[in-house]
Ligand binder design. Structure first.
Ligand code: KG4
Ligand code: ZN
Length: 360
């Protein structure tokens, strides 16, 4: 089965082809440099960029792999959650292809696609506990199979990635700053008393990261010498004088520890609640974080679970994960009609598939 995947939910335009669960080819264009000028994603610019580059990426992918639209068994598209205007570009493109070539359309939940992405690199074991930590979401799920996800906990305010990015902004790192915090954090030991581990005393499985952001804001206000004016340029991070770099590294390590340990505590709690699972799957941009990866390794080890972590390029948004999730759905007989809706952030993605077998 040959599936095309299209991803336009935020600031990466990406397409990929997956044949029987194996990646055949992919193209990706990131808008990160454009949005960095504004210190965050500008939705209007994001949609226009997707519209501009998506047809070119599609042509390059098809030319590079020698695939023709008529060869496809499905067109999978990230239908949400994400920025509505951006999603509409990918969804409309996918509908056009489906209509023109008669290939079934498959709407993919972007969050599920993140968690299923490691399936491209190895076997997934179910039931699994899933932790999705991205720029827009912090969710835990019980995953019974590639089509059965039960949401257990979610963030009530900022996502983990957002906490990284907002902290990085306060320290004047380039946008998006998660990876700079990670880089410096590796150079120091954390001061575990510097920042709180937000919301851990709350007995639910939900997260709340806005308190941590406030704690960082207070710390930065008390230590103005930490912040450099020129740090918006990535080169300035590389050129930081040693002493300044060391004090910033300590702040980054302490912040990173607070986030990673909060995730560890809530995942441990989720595992107790759901009972027996076989694996722990961690995905999303923040799954690239060294401290988070280490914390999850220790949770998996302590609970006798297999840990499934995607390779770094599969952590952030990409087309391969959409094509792969689309393939799993297609294999299970799921598809959508041309009335498929795009779902903005904050709304639950409905389970509104049609079963191929139920179609007249
Ligand atoms: O999954 P993703 O690419 O996009 C969304 O769907 O949101 O995640 C992007 C997020 C950003 O907040 C970025 O700062 C964060 O992932 N990120 C990291 C690291 N690499 C990316 N956060 C912490 N440490 C990293 N190494
Ligand atoms: Zn994502």
């Amino acid at each position: 089965m040959l599936i095309l995947g299209i991803e336009t939910s935020c600031d990466e335009t990406a397409v990929a082809l997956v044949r029987d669960g194996r990646l055949l080819g992919e193209e990706l264009a990131t808008q990160v440099d454009t949005h960095a000028l504004f210190g965050g994603v500008v939705p209007e610019i994001a949609s226009r960029e997707h519209l501009r580059v998506l047809p070119r990426l599609y042509r390059e992918l098809m030319r590079g792999t020698g695939v023709d639209a008529g060869d496809l068994d499905g067109v999978a598209v990230a239908r949400g959650p994400g920025l509505l205007g951006s999603l509409l570009v990918g969804v409309s493109f996918a509908k056009g292809l489906s209509l023109a070539s008669g290939v079934p359309l498959i709407g993919v939940n972007h969050l599920w696609a993140h968690l299923l992405a490691p399936g491209l690199e190895g076997e997934l074991e179910f039931p699994a506990l899933g932790l999705l930590v991205s720029g827009g979401h912090t969710h835990t799920y019980l995953i019974q199979s590639p089509t059965e996800f039960t949401l257990l906990g979610r963030t009530l305010d900022d996502a983990a990635g957002e906490a990284f990015d907002k902290t990085a902004k306060m320290l004047n790192f380039p946008y998006p700053g998660g990876r700079y915090i990670d880089e410096l954090a590796r150079e120091a030991e954390p001061d575990t008393g510097m920042f709180p581990r937000p919301y851990i005393e709350n007995p639910t499985l939900d997260f709340s990261f806005s308190g941590l952001k406030t704690a960082v804001a207070h710390y930065v206000a008390d230590h103005p010498e930490l912040v450099f004016e020129t740090m918006a340029d990535p080169q300035a991070v590389a050129d930081l004088p040693a002493e300044r770099r060391a004090s910033l590294a300590r702040v980054c390590a302490s912040f990173n520890w607070s986030v990673a340990d909060t995730l560890r505590i809530k995942v441990e709690r989720a595992l107790k609640q759901v009972g027996k699972v076989k694996s722990l799957i961690v995905a999303g941009g923040v799954a690239a974080n060294t401290g988070v990866r280490e914390a999850m390794r220790s949770v998996a080890e302590g609970n006798g679970l297999r840990l499934t972590l995607p390779g770094l390029s599969l952590c952030t948004d990409n087309g391969a994960m959409i094509a792969h999730a689309g393939w799993l759905l297609a294999e299970a007989g799921y598809r959508h009609g041309l009335e498929l809706e795009a779902i903005p952030r904050g709304r639950i993605v409905p389970l509104d598939w049609e079963r191929a077998s139920e179609r007249a």
